[in-house]
Design a protein around this ligand. Structure first.
Ligand code: AMP
Length: 440
């Protein structure tokens, strides 16, 4: 999957956006023509970004069609959208492409793509929360029957109209995702949608305004409207909400567009005036996110540099790396990125992250080494056997009888000092890390 490829400069000031409302069906050409005329109109009105709804490509009549018509992001059909972005010098938010996985045709993702004005993909987000709902006699929509969920958080992306958080439709009900986007710098949150009629009548505007108010972000929600086929109908009311919670643009229930001004200085002044994010009680609650870092930095284990090639997994707070002098086959270490000696020096967020990473690594090691037991331990302080003054969790794959009467703790306390146990070569350590990196 592509993530952000280029670091862009931050937008400031005022910007115009266009938000589209469609009634997609299974006629891809017709859907494209409608989207095309909307993008043209947005270009004429000098909008910098155009937002299209979930299922802008199509809505199939049944689950087989939903799967069969799915496409890859670099197909000819999608190229036409890239050409339009270039021709009209606009960025596109294409919410909810039925995105074919080349290695698993039966289970497409639901992907929100951001295309820049050069026609290139900046970022792809695969919908995390699939909409499975059955209200007897009213609505039955089981997205998991024709889509698979993404499993990665995707940070907000810099666009010409501001830093944009990516979500899709049903994601709006999971405030953690929006909160995380805000914490990562989002000024706008986008929810391209195909909300069902019943849920839309009850919750659409309330949910969008809540996400805008609590995160002090613009909320941009392109939408599907009307009947797509005899079995599926959408609520419409594509809208833009400002960070104070006011609806500043809205479509009704027909195929249409609405336009809005995004004023980034308003976002800044509002956050200054009411600094709710600095009033959060992070000492009492925390938002933990299982986030993986893809960049490979060299880090320090106390004063020892750990080369990126020895690190096989990292998150914003923690990193997992192979051991210089392993006690068993499959003995690795997890440390916080911040160099502190004791667990008690860590914040709650760092502590949670450290042990969540440790658990993930343990599962991977047990599978890889084909064992069913592990020793997880922390020697917290010199008197407890700690030789490197940087908090770390040891994970050791365990085999039956490997340490006599479980004398592993003596072994851990002494293994660094045993003259016969030589440090391994950098190459051997990098090879082991490469195997684990792939498995993680
Ligand atoms: P402890 O005795 O609990 O402080 O454990 C320190 C661990 O770090 C031991 O298992 C060492 O083999 C390991 N170690 C020390 N230096 C390095 C290094 N540069 N790279 C990887 N592991 C290291």
């Amino acid at each position: 999957m592509l993530t952000t490829v280029i670091r862009r400069t931050m937008a400031t000031g005022r910007h115009f956006i266009a938000v589209c409302q469609m009634t997609s069906d299974n006629d891809l050409e017709k859907n494209f023509d409608i989207a095309k005329s909307m993008i043209e109109r947005a270009g004429e009105r000098k909008c910098e970004m155009v937002f299209l709804p979930e299922c802008f490509d199509f809505i199939g009549v049944n689950k087989n069609e939903q799967v069969d018509l799915a496409m890859t992001a670099d197909c000819v059909y999608m190229q036409r959208y890239r050409d339009l972005a270039k021709k009209h010098n606009v960025w596109l938010s294409l919410g909810g492409l039925h995105h074919k996985d080349p290695s698993d045709h039966a289970h497409p993702w639901n992907t929100h793509l951001i295309i820049d004005s050069q026609g290139a993909t900046c970022v792809e987000y695969n919908k995390l929360h699939l909409f499975d709902l059955e209200i007897p006699g009213k609505v039955r929509l089981m997205e998991s029957e024709f889509s698979k969920a993404g499993n990665e958080m995707v940070p907000p992306v810099e666009t010409p109209v501001g830093c944009l958080g990516l979500s899709i439709c049903y994601d709006v009900r999971f405030p953690e995702l929006s909160l995380w986007n805000r914490q990562r710098g989002a000024q706008l949150l986008s929810f391209p949608s195909a909300f069902t009629l019943n849920t839309g009548l009850a919750h659409w505007e309330t949910l969008l305004r809540a996400r805008a108010i609590e995160n002090q972000c613009y909320v941009v929600a392109a939408a599907q409207t009307g009947a797509h086929n005899p079995k599926r109908q959408s609520y419409g009311h594509a809208m833009v909400v400002d960070p104070w919670g006011a609806v500043v643009a809205q479509c009704s229930e027909r195929v249409d567009m609405c336009f809005a001004e995004i004023d980034l200085s308003y976002v800044a002044s509002l956050r200054e005036m009411q600094p709710v994010f600095s009033h959060r009680r992070s000492d009492l609650y925390t938002l933990h996110v299982n986030e993986r870092n893809h960049e490979t930095d060299d880090l320090k284990f106390a004063e020892f540099p750990i080369p990126a090639s020895h690190i096989f997994y990292s998150t914003p707070h923690s990193f997992a790396f192979v051991n210089l002098k392993p006690v068993t086959d499959g003995h690795v270490l997890i440390s916080p990125k911040r160099v502190v000696q004791h667990l008690t020096d860590l914040t709650d967020a760092e502590t949670a992250d450290l042990f969540i990473v440790a658990k993930k690594v343990q599962a991977m090691l047990e599978k890889h080494h084909n064992v069913k037991a592990s020793t997880i331990c922390v020697q917290d302080g010199k008197e407890a056997g700690q030789t490197v003054p940087h908090a770390h969790v040891h994970i050791l794959a365990r085999r039956s009888g490997d340490f006599g009467d479980n004398e592993i703790y003596q072994k851990l306390a002494s293994h660094d000092k045993e003259p016969e146990r030589k440090p391994r070569s950098k190459e051997t350590m990098a090879e082991e890390a490469e195997v684990y990196r792939k498995l993680m």
